[in-house]
Design a protein around this ligand. Sequence first.
Ligand SMILES: [Fe+2]
Length: 422
Amino acid sequence: MTAPRTPFPIPRRGLIGFALGALAAVGVAIALLAGRSASAIAESPAGTQPHHVRVVWTESPKDSATIAWSTREPGATHRVLLDREPRAGDRARYERTVVATRNGDYARLPEEASLAFHHAVVDGLQPSTTYWFVVESDGVASPERHFVTAPADTRAFALLAGSDSRSDRAQRRAMNGLLRARFEADEQVIALLHGGDYVYDGLSLELFAEWLSDHELTTTSAGRVLPIIPTRGNHESRGELFDQVFGWPGGPVGRNWFACRLGAETLLLVLNTETALGGDQADFVRDSLETARDRRWLLASYHQPAFPAVKDPSPALEHWVPLFEEYRVDLVVESDGHVQKRTVPIRGGRAGPDGVVYIGEGGLGVRQRSPDATRWFLQEPGFARRGHHVWRIGIGADAIELEAYGEDGARTDAARISGKRE
Ligand SMILES: [Fe+2]
């Protein structure tokens, strides 16, 4: 059995240490609140003007996406207008209308103002195809945006991967500018895999409204939206707000796990360390990997690490690592530690040439920590450093190319994983 994990996990360092840590956490929260010059909710556009427009990918992004947005007033009629040609916002000319079927008020803390969410699930899309769209609430439309669906064939593509954007808003906005620059410059990039801990308190709509505003900084100057593949982290381990932001990815709270198929050869398991890792979820991992045996590339991603560079291992070490090794998973993306790390290939608790590589651990806007460089799995050719970063995971026919970029945009790591499931 896996013990329920608290939203702010208690470090194993004794009562006095914990009390000091709790005081520090309260201090951080007060500083965060005091440092906020204005409310992101209060600054939202009035009426039903759509904002916070985002595109979310889960199981089948080659032909499906969730387009979501926020409005200040709840409104009555919400829809997406969509076309394979740009229509410059001329709403009479879009070829397709998709009604937003999931609408409501975001969950919020008692003292917070309200904001409404809207989700339209758009399916029947063509792969590797650009779709231009506006979203509309009670006749008020957003500017035109566009996104590109995931491939269904064997062409090379890349994911940006990062997490832990929760507590340093200026740094988060700077990193989002870096994500946008990479997205604009790199035509292989198709989406952002976010490993969780979006905000400090996942029950706070104000903090999520800030995050959603900041996420819009990743949209290119031409209006291309960076789709997000979402993961629950421990700072949003409880509550409905995560689901209302990201469209119940892989089910509601307590589930939130799914298998994302990318191209003809890649399976990405997005897992949830904030609920039981064994039982149904472990069965899902096994069944998904068994079904995907003929796929060339198997990846997994989740929040709390099995091979952490700072903290203690999560139950992923017990429940999932044996399955990753049995099915010869190629790459695992972990978060939560606030360091940049890449392990040696690991099999059976030791370094081995046909093992699984674990990268991480979150640097999109949170104070960075110093890795414990003495850990065996971080020795050369492994690597760890302190510093904000984003990963680029390039997936080609013959290899997975890993690169990491620091906050100044300079490359801080590069490695290559060759296929081992010949
Ligand atoms: Fe975390």
